[in-house]
Design a binder for this molecule. Structure first.
Ligand SMILES: Nc1nc2c(ncn2[C@@H]2O[C@H](COP(=O)(O)OP(=O)(O)OP(=O)(O)O)[C@@H](O)[C@H]2O)c(=O)[nH]1
Ligand SMILES: [Mg+2]
Length: 661
């Protein structure tokens, strides 16, 4: 069955990941054995291994309420429990965003719940996740389905509170309240979700392999928690947007799509799937199957047209019948539900796409290190080969020739040392450049920008205030990125000029220094800008009661930008350290080689026996170096080999990823 296919794919993926971790560890061992690892490199390797270990595949489900999100999650991942694991009912059910995953650091299954009152705090949900005491935890006894099911019912829990309190929490909105429409005044009591966010750790096979499922409540909740749109959905590898075949694309579906979903689509478009659920409502027993299929097809095309997506990306299914088919082992019903087609897409398209990304990052992180070391060994091999040729040519030559060679070498050495000195001067210039570059990305700079933004909003959490604030904020952030970009380019030019000089005057290999590109950070900033604009224009923000939604939005935005700056700063730091290293190392090694050469010539001039000894030494060294090159080439191959069934990362993609180092 298709479920097995997803399972198999995830298994293969996990095995591939494990093998890579092994290869990287071998590489780490190799560096240690050869005493080659610098502190930064060790750190980078450690981070890459951690990232691979913690790698997750997140699939998010978004839709207006009652489109069948929770039902679909149950059908896709939890049918073998023989019942609905997550509560799904008619009407509004899931009340808070719910993440399902497996937490390897915690032996028992649990559900952690964030109280709704935390909405009054200034931290984002991402910040609050770091603070366990804010959460209420219930242990899940996986052997007791009743207890699990009861505990999971917390995600649908609501309660009544007074109007003023509901307004304070930003959870009451007249314009969308049917009571207000009917009576012309708001009710005294308002029903609100009990929890703000739920995290469920569960020992399910797919979850153990790194799958994370994000279930969300309908439109209101999306508007209430800007963090969902700003952070959580964009970081998911796949977003499933559900429609109901019984309702078609309604006004609120459209609003949700426009304001919260459409923009998560990436360039390949592989990460966004539209699910036309509840096709069983079209199974009219008075119609034959071909006319039922025709009406499903018509709905599919109409939905694709309305949402402006490729019809291939619209999957008509019945989550409910799919779940039933699986529970009853009724293959015919399961096939009729068309759920397997969606599973096939997940297994064959979403997962491999994710794997490509992981591999791209890996190639950029570790591939570069392997390549640097390989290049270094190749240089070593070339130097040794040159020296060997020179020494062999000295066999049988008289003392004059050797004296002449020594004099020439001394001259070369003196010229070289003069250049090294001038390099030390430009190094100071480089350090100044680096300082300015990091300064533009520092947390202090960002904090100044945030304060300036707050001032320009004059603390008015209104649409007009927000417009001013966002302009200040994004202008400032873009400016910072531009400054970084130009400092980085100047630094690179300086380094390139130095390489060129050493290459032309002393024959050192010419290396093109790596680029530091801010493009991915700029792209992310532009996305945030786009989200901010959409949010600012959305009907939610037009209401003064929602002013604190604007505040929430601002908090999420700041929190997200902060991590963006942090990452950019970290990357810049690593880049600066690494971009200089090969040159500094080459300069040092060349100096040592020159000294060694002079020393050898001196000894040969004293005793002819030295010549043969030195030739033998060099020969052995050359063989050892060649062996090491082989080992590293094998590692390089392991890192660059894709898992069967995925496309190979092209050179340009690798380059692109390398740019991002
Ligand atoms: N006929 C039919 N009903 C379905 C199907 N999928 C879900 N339903 C029903 O639709 C209702 C809502 O399903 P849920 O899964 O709770 O919907 P949801 O999108 O999670 O809704 P919220 O949690 O409120 O946002 C439930 O009664 C489901 O049994 C389907 O494929 N066919
Ligand atoms: Mg639900």
């Amino acid at each position: 069955m298709q479920q097995d296919q997803l399972d198999q794919r995830l298994n293969a993926y996990t095995a591939w990941r494990e093998k890579l971790i092994q290869t990287i560890q071998n590489f780490q061992g190799w560096l240690e054995d050869n005493e080659l690892a610098s502190g930064e490199q060790e750190f980078r390797i450690f981070e890459t291994i951690e990232a691979l270990r913690k790698d997750r595949l997140t699939v998010a489900f978004v839709a207006e309420f009652s489109r069948g999100k929770t039902e679909l999650i149950n059908a896709l991942f939890f049918a073998h429990y023989g019942q609905r694991l997550l509560p799904s009912e008619a009407g509004r059910t899931t009340m808070c965003p719910t993440e399902l995953f497996h937490d390897p650091d915690y032996a028992e299954a649990y559900i952690r719940l964030l109280p709704i009152e935390t909405r009054l705090r200034d931290e984002s949900i991402a910040d609050l996740k770091q603070d366990p005491i804010q959460w209420t935890q219930i242990q899940l006894n996986v052997d007791d389905p009743e207890q699990v099911s009861e505990a999971l019912h917390e995600v649908i829990r609501t309660r009544q509170i007074g109007l003023a309190k509901a307004r304070e929490l930003g959870l009451y909105d007249e314009s969308s309240d049917p009571y207000f429409r009917a009576h012309g005044k708001p009710p005294e009591q308002v029903e609100i979700p009990h929890w703000r966010h739920a995290m469920i750790s569960f020992p399910h096979e797919l979850l153990k392999k790194g799958l994370v499922v994000l279930d969300t409540p309908g439109l209101n909740a999306m508007g209430n928690e800007p963090e969902l749109t700003l952070n959580m959905l964009p970081s998911a590898q796949a977003v499933m947007f559900l429609l109901g075949a019984d309702t078609g694309v309604t006004h609120s579906d459209m609003e949700m799509w426009e304001h919260h979903v459409r923009s998560v689509r990436d360039q390949s478009g592989r990460n966004l799937v539209v699910v036309l659920n509840k096709i069983d409502t079209l199974w009219d027993e008075l119609k034959d199957s071909s006319s039922i299929n025709a009406s499903i097809k018509a709905q599919r095309l109409a939905s694709a047209e309305q949402l402006q997506v490729d019809p291939d990306r619209v999957f008509p299914i019945s989550a409910q019948k799919g779940l039933l088919g699986k529970i009853r082992n009724d293959t015919q019903l399961l096939n009729k539900s068309r759920l397997p087609e969606l599973e096939k897409f997940l297994a064959e398209t979403v997962l491999p796409a994710k794997q490509e990304i992981v591999r791209g990052n890996l190639v950029a992180q570790i591939g570069g290190l392997v390549d640097d070391n390989l290049q270094r060994l190749e240089e070593q091999r070339n130097t040794m080969t040159r020296q060997l040729t020179e020494l062999r040519s000295l066999r049988g030559k008289n003392a004059d020739v050797i004296m002449h060679l020594m004099a020439k070498s001394r001259e070369e050495q003196a010229a070289y040392l003069r250049n090294v000195e001038s390099f030390q001067n430009s190094r100071r210039l480089l350090q100044n450049q680096a300082r300015s570059m990091l300064e533009s990305l520092s947390m202090d700079t960002l904090d100044r920008l945030i304060n300036k933004t707050r001032d320009s909003m004059t603390n008015s959490w209104t649409t007009a205030g927000m417009k001013r604030g966002m302009e200040t904020f994004f202008d400032g952030a873009r400016d910072a990125m531009e400054q970084v970009s130009s400092h980085a380019e100047q630094t690179r030019m300086l380094i390139r000029a130095t390489y060129k000089k050493f290459h032309e005057e002393h024959g050192l290999p010419q290396i093109t220094p790596k680029q530091y590109s801010v493009s991915r950070f700029s792209t992310e900033l532009e996305r945030l800008y786009h989200e901010a604009e959409t949010f600012r224009r959305s009907p939610v923000t037009a209401m003064t009661e929602q002013s604190h939604v604007i505040k929430k939005f601002f908090i999420s935005l700041v929190s997200h930008t902060r991590s963006l700056f942090f990452k950019a700063n970290q990357d810049a730091n690593i880049w600066l350290k690494e971009v200089m290293n090969p040159l500094v190392r080459q300069i040092k090694e060349h100096k040592a080689t020159m000294e060694k050469r002079l020393e050898t010539l001196r000894r040969i001039s004293e005793s002819r026996d030295t010549l043969e000894t030195r030739i033998r030494e060099l020969d052995a060294g050359l063989r050892a170096t060649k062996k090491q090159i082989d080992v590293l080439q094998q590692m390089r191959h392991a890192i660059h080999t894709p898992l069967p069934g995925t496309t190979r990362v092209t050179d340009t993609e690798v380059e692109k990823a390398e740019v991002m180092v």
